[in-house]
Every structure is written in structure tokens, then in C-alpha cells.
Design a binder for this molecule. Structure first.
Ligand code: PLP
Length: 494
């Protein structure tokens, strides 16, 4: 195969070839990480660039690993945005780590499809154990642990997590009120909630006119006010509608706003609503005792989700979902075809995770989280998080000291939201200026930041959380931002 010869019998899993190629691939990847700072962080290619570089059809004859890796270097890497770069500050991070990477390798090696316990018992059991470990790190209430009626499960993404719990909540209500009630079901959240909530509503058949994205503003730093929720719920009840689902967020995508879980949860409980807490990004910070307060009130929630693949050194994808009542999930999502029947499932002795998720097939994802927890340990993981938060705090201070800039919302975790300040209250010009600054900074290739809007203001977001980021990268990034801003401000004056 190495020489491109086609007359040898195909041996798709030859352990000696795996050893040889595997070593070469690991060397290739290690070199990539070693030189990652030499690449433009945000890929600068134009749409369709790859069509011109690759052939129109797949090769008839085998090619060599060298040929493929050369193409990766020359053709693929220029079109890659380097999420693992220490100067990647856009969106929220997507952490890779040696432990996470090795776990992924092991999972790829075993390549099991663990839909039911019997299809690979260790996959189900390790997932239950690791999710219990994690629940304890977060100090989640007992009801979320697997020894009672609840438990945790690894979903691909936070979007899938919110969809499955919404379907569980929907079916629970429809079982008692009848299917016709669907058109009356109402969902609540703040206008800062991730767009995955609306997508879940669309998929779950919730009428979009019954989705209340309640307005927030700077007076609560974009957290949902319980009074707004109460008012909306009362209005809907009066109109004969059925409040059934509330999503609170700890660490919103735009600005890390934290909704007041305890108060929201009380309203949810007194109206028999399902209360889901989305802590996709900020959940990681809550393993540190000093940040645990941000999920106080999670006792009132029916489900809680955080992405270990964001800021917890666990390679994508690994979204952790806990529910208090696993029957709500399984009653909505179970299937029981003849070809999957087995003694353990029939005797109700085991968890079959296929009934907690949308697809049937599932990867052995708990391995990577297990490896992260074991190879790093909770104390190291806490320091990792604290270091990013400290870097963000330092940056926030620098921004607030620069008269050209303002911090738009107070930083809570490791995201700094800021902008060039408006002159003479001219918000429109200010928004354009900040948009230009974003483009200038990102097209420099030296760093990558993203943006949002808050109360009509165009805001720059710098999220610190890539595994390789050190103080010098944050300082260099800030220097580039300041320089580009000075240039733009000077050209405005002319
Ligand atoms: C708060 C929050 N919720 C949900 C999501 C969606 O995440 P996923 O890509 O895992 O669906 C994000 C993504 O950044 C997020 O920040």
C-alpha cells in the first residue's frame, strides 16, 4: 500500500501498519502543535478554495500516507481555523488535551457502538460512573446521580441535550393532557438563551408563537428577571396556554450572563414546568468552590447540561447532561425492536443509553473524559480554569484603563466583552468602528476574536480558554487590538 501498489490484498487493520502509520501520524500532529503559532489563527481562504486544489473524484489506486499528509499540509491546513491556537479567543473554546486526545484514540481503536448495555457493557457502565464523578465535582444534588431515579448521559452537543429534555418534558405533559395540548405548550427563556433552544422548539413541534424569549438588559447584566418570567407565565395562564418548559442559562453565549436559578426554579416548580439549566460553557468553572455559587439553585432544576468539550480539556464532542427523572427521557425516546432485544434489557437490569438520546448508535465517549479526570485530577483542572479566569481579569483591567475602550458587561468567568467607546454618543458610527476593528484584528491572522450585540451595541468578545494560552498571548492580542484601534481612530479624524 505504501508504494501505491494495488495488487496486495487489502488489510484494513494490520497492527504493524497501524503501529508504523500511527507513529508517523502522532509525529505529524505533535509537530502541528509545536508550530501552531506560525499559522494564521483564522483561516484566510476564500469560499470554494479546496475545489481548485483537489481532484474531482476519488483515486482508483491507493496512495501513500506521505502523499496524503503532504496534501494536509499544503491544501487542508490553510483552510483550517486553529481552534487550538493559544491566540484563539473567539466564540467559546473547544479544548483538546493529551489526555482527551488519547481517550479519543482509544475510543477510535475499540470503535464500539454502545447503544445498549449488552452491546458493550463497559461503555455504559463507565459513562454512568464518570458522570457520577463529575456530578460530585459540581456538587449537583443527589437526585442527579445514577443510584436513584436520575443519572447522567453524554450527548454530542448542548443542542442535543436541550432537544432531548424538551421532548421528555413535552411528552410528559401530553401524556397527562392529551396530544391536542401541543399547540398550547409554552417555552420560556431569556433573549440571551442560545439559539439551540429555538431549534429544539422547532424540532419538538412547539409553536414558535409560544416561545417567550424574555427581554433582558444591562440593569441585570443580561440575566433573566424572575418578575419578567412570572408576568409572562401569568399572562399565558390567563390566555389558557400551558407553561411547560423553562430554560435558564449559567454563562450565556453573548456575555456569560447568569440567570438566577433558585428564583426561576421556584416559578417553574409552582407552575409544574420542566426546568432545564444550560451551563454549556461556564459549567466547567463551577467545579471550583468559589464559582459553584453560580449554579446555586440547580436543586430546583429537572436537568442540567455542561460541555466538557468546551473548557474542560476533553476533545469534542462531549456534552454532559444530567436528569433527575430518567424515566421521563426513556418514556419519550425508547424503542424496542426485536433485533435489539436481550436478557439484561428485558429484565430491566441495565441502562440502555439509546433511550436517552436521538440516534441509536453512540461512541465510547466516556473514555476521554475518564482519561482527562484521571491523568489531570480535579486539583489541576481547577487551577487550569482559575488561570484562564485570572488572565481574563487582568485583561478586563487593561481594557478599562484604556480611554479608547470600555468594558461592556462586567466579566464573570473568562470572557471579556468590550468595545471602542462611542464619541458624542454616536452609536451608529461606534458600531461601524467596532465592526471594522473586528475585521482588522482577525484578518491580521495574529488572533481570532468574535462579536455579539447587546442592547444594539456591537460588542467584541475575547474568550480565554484555549489549553495553550499563556499571559503573553493575551498581552500580544491586546496589543494588536490597541494598535488596530489607534489606526482606525486616527483615520477617522482625518
Ligand atoms: C450557553 C450555550 N448553550 C448552548 C450552546 C450550543 O452548544 P453546542 O454546540 O454544544 O450545541 C453554546 C455554544 O457555544 C452555548 O454557549
Amino acid at each position: 500500500m505504501e508504494n501505491g501498489s494495488s495488487n496486495k490484498a487489502l488489510k484494513p487493520m494490520d497492527s504493524e501498519q497501524l503501529r508504523e502509520y500511527g507513529h508517523r501520524m502522532v509525529d505529524f500532529i505533535a509537530d502541528y502543535y509545536k508550530t501552531i503559532e506560525t499559522f494564521p489563527v483564522l483561516s484566510q481562504v476564500q469560499p470554494g478554495y479546496l475545489h481548485n486544489l483537489l481532484p474531482d473524484s476519488a483515486p482508483e489506486q491507493p496512495e501513500t500516507l506521505e502523499q496524503v499528509l503532504d496534501d494536509v499540509k499544503e491544501k487542508i491546513l490553510p483552510g483550517v481555523t486553529h481552534w487550538q491556537s493559544p491566540s484563539f479567543f473567539a466564540y467559546y473554546p473547544a479544548n483538546s488535551s493529551v489526555a482527551g486526545f488519547l481517550g479519543e484514540m482509544l475510543s477510535a481503536a475499540l470503535n464500539i457502538v454502545g447503544f445498549s448495555w449488552v452491546s458493550s457493557p463497559a461503555a455504559t457502565e463507565l459513562e454512568m460512573i464518570v458522570l457520577d464523578w463529575f456530578a460530585k465535582l459540581l456538587n449537583l444534588p443527589e437526585q442527579f446521580l445514577s443510584r436513584g431515579n436520575g443519572g447522567g448521559v453524554i450527548q454530542g452537543t448542548a443542542s442535543e441535550a436541550i432537544l432531548v429534555v424538551m421532548i421528555a418534558a413535552r411528552d410528559k405533559v401530553l401524556r397527562s393532557l392529551g396530544k391536542k395540548a401541543l399547540e398550547k405548550l409554552v417555552v420560556y427563556s431569556s433573549d440571551q438563551t442560545h439559539s439551540s433552544l429555538l431549534k429544539a422548539c422547532q424540532i419538538a413541534g412547539i409553536h414558535l408563537e409560544n416561545c417567550r424569549m424574555l427581554k433582558t438588559d444591562s440593569s441585570t447584566n443580561y440575566a433573566l428577571r424572575p418578575e419578567s418570567l412570572q408576568e409572562a407565565v401569568s399572562g399565558d395562564l390567563e390566555a389558557g396556554l400551558i407553561p411547560f418548559f423553562l430554560c435558564g442559562t449559567v454563562g450565556t453565549t453573548s456575555s456569560t450572563a447568569v440567570d438566577p436559578l433558585a428564583e426561576l426554579g421556584m416559578i417553574a416548580k409552582s407552575n409544574e414546568m420542566w426546568f432545564h439549566v444550560d451551563a454549556a460553557y461556564a459549567g466547567s468553572a463551577c467545579i471550583c468552590p468559589e464559582y459553584r455559587q453560580y449554579i446555586d439553585g440547580v436543586e430546583t432544576a429537572d436537568s442540567f447540561n455542561m460541555n466538557a468539550h468546551k473548557w474542560f480539556l476533553t476533545n469534542f464532542d462531549c456534552s454532559l447532561l444530567w436528569v433527575k427523572d430518567r424515566c421521563a427521557l426513556t418514556e419519550a425516546l425508547s424503542t424496542n425492536p426485536e433485533f435489539l432485544k436481550n436478557k439484561a434489557s428485558q429484565a430491566n437490569l441495565v441502562v440502555d443509553y439509546k433511550d436517552w438520546q436521538i440516534p441509536l448508535g453512540r461512541r465510547f465517549r466516556s473514555l476521554k473524559l475518564w482519561m482527562v479526570l484521571r491523568l489531570y485530577g480535579a486539583e489541576t483542572l481547577k487551577s487550569y480554569i482559575r488561570n484562564h479566569i485570572k488572565l481574563a481579569k487582568d485583561l478586563e483591567q487593561l481594557v478599562s484603563q484604556d480611554p479608547n475602550f470600555e468594558v461592556v458587561t462586567p466579566r464573570i468567568f473568562s470572557l471579556v466583552c468590550f468595545r471602542i467607546v462611542p464619541v458624542d454618543n454616536d452609536e451608529k458610527t461606534c458600531n461601524n468602528l467596532n465592526r471594522s476593528l473586528l475585521d482588522a484584528v482577525n484578518s491580521s491572522g495574529k488572533l481570532f476574536i468574535s462579536h455579539t450585540t447587546l442592547s444594539g451595541k456591537f460588542v467584541l468578545r475575547l474568550a480565554i480558554g484555549a489549553p495553550l494560552t499563556e499571559e503573553k498571548h493575551v498581552m500580544d492580542a491586546w496589543k494588536v487590538i490597541q494598535e488596530e484601534a489607534s489606526f482606525l481612530l486616527a483615520s477617522q479624524v482625518k
